[in-house]
Design a protein around this ligand. Structure first.
Ligand code: FE
Ligand code: FE
Length: 318
């Protein structure tokens, strides 16, 4: 039934995450449970439970111990914790959802994030982690980063959702301060790992397609709310400023930079495997530097964030 799969959720036809999140308009009424059932399990995922074709595997250069293995396992462990925290936080959004469409949409987002946590974590098993050591490995690879970056963000979000029961505040935190900031890193990751580990790149691609929907619908909820309640705008802007101030204090650039430095060592050792593959149009991945990749991710994030804030009617926040 390929006709029933909307283009933005279709593996071949979906735009890239950053492009899609900058241009698509999707509402909770469109992206309800019926939409998700048709678009995601049979569409985006094409029935692939682990997020990639059965036979997709990391290259030996990534599977064996070394900088590429370290870079990818650290990233996957960190991302799986982040997705698990998102899943738990979204449970509050389901509880606070003001109507059936938003209840259904956040129920699907909850499942999307639980799935992301699962596929990121499961892929560690392809990278030398033993099933019985999985929980320990995640802790060893990303426990410190979780405490330094994810826990403060989670506390910020839970204060809004669990303590203040503020649904729109929760949408703002999730859409602008969490997914809006992190999404471009996910796109960069898909592009970086495409050759070294096609399975990981496909896992990222699938999560990225979900993310287009999360960002678009979240933004549309904020936009409609502010059109109906312009008096809430100062409060929204204040929350965003608080969130940006928190990000300033978090060592997130240091963490991204550490992974890119490892990736760079991997390019030095195994760059011949990359051939002429381009990280982005006109730029061969093998020629990029750690600094350049970090800067490119930042630039994508800013461009995307600016476009979305303008759409929401919150351009003052930029
Ligand atoms: Fe996610
Ligand atoms: Fe998401």
């Amino acid at each position: 039934m390929p006709d029933s799969i909307p283009a933005e959720a279709d593996w071949e036809r979906a735009p890239s995450l950053v492009d899609g999140a900058m241009t698509l308009e999707l509402s909770p009424a469109t992206c309800n449970l019926q939409y998700w059932l048709a678009a995601v399990p049979q569409g985006t995922l094409r029935g692939q439970i682990l997020g990639h074709p059965q036979d997709a595997r990391p290259l030996d250069a990534v599977r064996a111990p070394g900088p590429l293995n370290q870079a990818l396992t650290q990233e996957l462990a960190f991302r799986s914790i982040a997705e698990e925290k998102a899943t738990r936080a979204i449970a509050h959004m389901v509880a606070l959802a003001p109507d059936t469409d938003t209840l259904e949409f956040y129920s699907t987002q909850l499942l999307d994030e639980a799935r992301h946590a699962m596929v990121f974590r499961s892929h560690l098993l392809q990278l030398g982690v033993k099933q019985g050591d999985l929980a320990e490995a995640v802790e060893r690879l990303a426990g410190q980063d979780r405490d330094r970056v994810l826990v403060p963000l989670e506390d910020f979000g839970l204060h809004v959702l669990r303590d203040n029961h503020d649904f729109i505040g929760g949408v703002l935190v999730l859409t602008i301060l969490v997914e809006g900031v992190l999404a471009p890193a996910a796109e960069l990751s898909e592009r970086k790992w495409r050759i070294f580990d096609p399975a990981a790149a496909d896992i990222e691609r699938g999560a990225g397609i979900d993310e287009i929907r999360h960002l678009s619908v979240g933004s549309s909820i904020v936009r409609s709310h502010l059109l109906a309640h312009p008096e809430d705008k100062p409060r929204a802007l204040e929350l965003i400023q608080q969130g940006y101030a928190l990000w300033e204090k978090l060592p997130s650039t240091e963490l991204v930079r550490r992974r890119e430095d490892l990736f760079q060592q991997g390019i030095e050792e195994h760059g011949h495997l990359l051939g002429d593959y381009e990280a982005w149009p006109g730029r061969r991945l093998v020629d990029t530097t750690a600094e350049e990749r970090v800067a490119t991710g930042h630039a994508w994030a800013e461009r995307m964030q600016r476009a979305r804030l303008r759409y929401m009617g919150l351009e003052e926040a930029t």
